[in-house]
Design a binder for this molecule. Structure first.
Ligand SMILES: Cc1cc2nc3c(=O)[nH]c(=O)nc-3n(C[C@H](O)[C@H](O)[C@H](O)COP(=O)(O)OP(=O)(O)OC[C@H]3O[C@@H](n4cnc5c(N)ncnc54)[C@H](O)[C@@H]3O)c2cc1C
Length: 399
């Protein structure tokens, strides 16, 4: 039976960070990473649209969901500067876009490669294509399949995008040791909405404010670039509010968020009066994406896109303003774990020591990454959580 000092279950962001910091802490121990995929870091390649937004210049617990006191303790040990220098030491120069940090080469593969190369060069074993079904406590350590380890770090991720490896199996491993797991839900996911009105908008991007309503009550709001799809609405602001969305709620889309309703209406009247001969289909060009005109005019009761501005009724004009300022769509659900970027919920934090990430129930057992009951908004925070908890767990396990 192969014996390890530290075995890490899951070769994702948290597991790889744990291995790097364990090796840096102690060059004399045997470290292995058990990964079900045929290679490690599969998800990292898909992050940030292939660019990997790996941390943020403004890391605070305000951007995380979960026990803030616990998150604060983790972030005080591993903040932005720690993330930057962790990767700088592995060869990554960074660039910043509105606070979001990317590798300067703009390639997520750079982050995956620098971790994999460091670990290969520093004698960490990759035990790939190995699915961990159970971890058993023995007298002097743990049995993981046919492997033995003195210490185990479980970093098997959540349930988001199982095609990349994380299928929720890690939760059961912790439950077998008496740890509690909260309800797991999708977060950072596109929303399915009724599509009768938006059908013609498929593929259209707009800078918008989106707001989620439960009857009259506003539940969440955000703004940024959205994308209309054949099933509903996508884009970062939609993903940010998706964790609160439930079937039966409504999504309000404001495609002119910098204009008040009155200003939007005045702008449309201004166009109608100054360009009376212009056809409806062309009238809104320069104000919103041209493709919006067709479904908007239909919704506004304008018979054809060839109807000239001078023939618009007051009701048509008011309806156009309403469409652009307050397009109201019924939420049918979300796009599921298959498409979510993270899972909300996880192994309860009160079972762990935030200074070490060690279990309070089982000595020498550690947790790191998305498997824990913490998730965050878009912007590099979820990966930061994975690096931070991984680095803390790896370092303390290696001591
Ligand atoms: C498309 C996409 C884009 C994203 N973009 C960003 C971004 O730009 N910035 C950001 O901050 N966050 C981003 N995220 C979120 C971020 O990638 C995750 O929060 C982060 O990768 C979680 O790291 P982790 O190591 O905890 O889990 P994972 O990365 O999911 O890794 C878990 C690993 O464990 C393995 N595993 C699971 N179960 C077992 C088992 N039973 N036996 C053996 N191995 C197992 C899996 O195969 C996987 O390799 C994105 C997510 C997705 C899906």
């Amino acid at each position: 039976m192969t014996k390890y000092d530290i075995l890490i279950i899951g070769g994702g962001a948290a597991g790889l960070a744990a291995a790097v910091s364990a090796r840096k802490e102690n060059s004399n121990i045997k470290i292995g990473i058990v990964e079900k995929n045929d290679r490690v870091a599969k998800k990292i390649h898909a992050t940030g649209n292939g660019r990997c937004n790996y941390t943020n210049m403004d890391i605070r617990s305000d951007y995380f969901y979960g026990d803030k006191a616990f998150v604060d303790k983790v972030l005080s040990q591993f903040g932005t500067e720690d993330a930057l220098s962790f990767f700088k030491e592995l060869g990554i120069m960074h660039r910043v876009e509105e606070g979001r940090v990317y590798p300067i080469s703009n390639q997520a593969s750079a982050i995956a490669d620098c971790l994999r190369l460091y670990l290969t060069e520093n004698d960490v074993d990759f035990i790939t294509e190995t699915y961990v079904n159970s971890v058993e406590k023995t007298q002097d350590g743990f049995k993981v399949g046919n492997l033995f380890a003195k210490k185990v770090i479980i970093a098997a991720g959540g349930k988001a995008q199982p095609k990349l490896g994380s299928d929720g199996s890690g939760y059961k491993l912790f439950e077998s040791f008496g740890h509690s797991v909260t309800q797991i839900k999708c977060a950072l996911v596109s929303l399915k909405t009724e599509t009768t009105v938006t059908k013609g908008l498929k593929g259209v991007k707009a800078f918008a404010r989106v707001a989620l309503y439960d009857k009259e009550k506003q539940i969440a709001t955000d703004r940024g670039e959205i994308l209309f799809t054949d099933y509903g609405v996508s884009g970062i602001p939609v993903m940010q509010i998706s964790r609160f969305a439930k079937k039966g709620m409504t999504l309000e889309v404001d495609m002119l968020p910098d204009l008040s309703r009155k200003e939007a209406l005045a702008e449309i009247y201004e166009r109608v009066y100054s360009l009376p001969e212009r056809e409806g289909g062309e009238l809104f060009s320069g104000l919103v994406n041209k493709k919006i005109a067709v479904p908007m005019l239909k919704w506004a009761g304008v018979e054809k896109t060839s109807v000239k501005a001078k023939d618009f009724t007051d009701e048509n004009i008011r309806n156009c303003a309403e469409f652009l300022k307050k397009l109201t769509l019924s939420v049918l659900g979300n796009n599921g774990f298959e498409n979510a970027q993270v899972s909300a919920g996880g192994v309860e934090l009160n079972g762990f020591n935030a200074e070490t990430m060690e279990s309070k129930l089982v000595k020498n057992l550690y947790a790191a990454g998305e498997i824990l009951d913490v998730d965050a908004i878009c912007g590099g925070y979820n990966l930061h959580w994975a690096w931070a908890t991984g680095a803390i767990a790896g370092k303390s396990a290696a001591k």
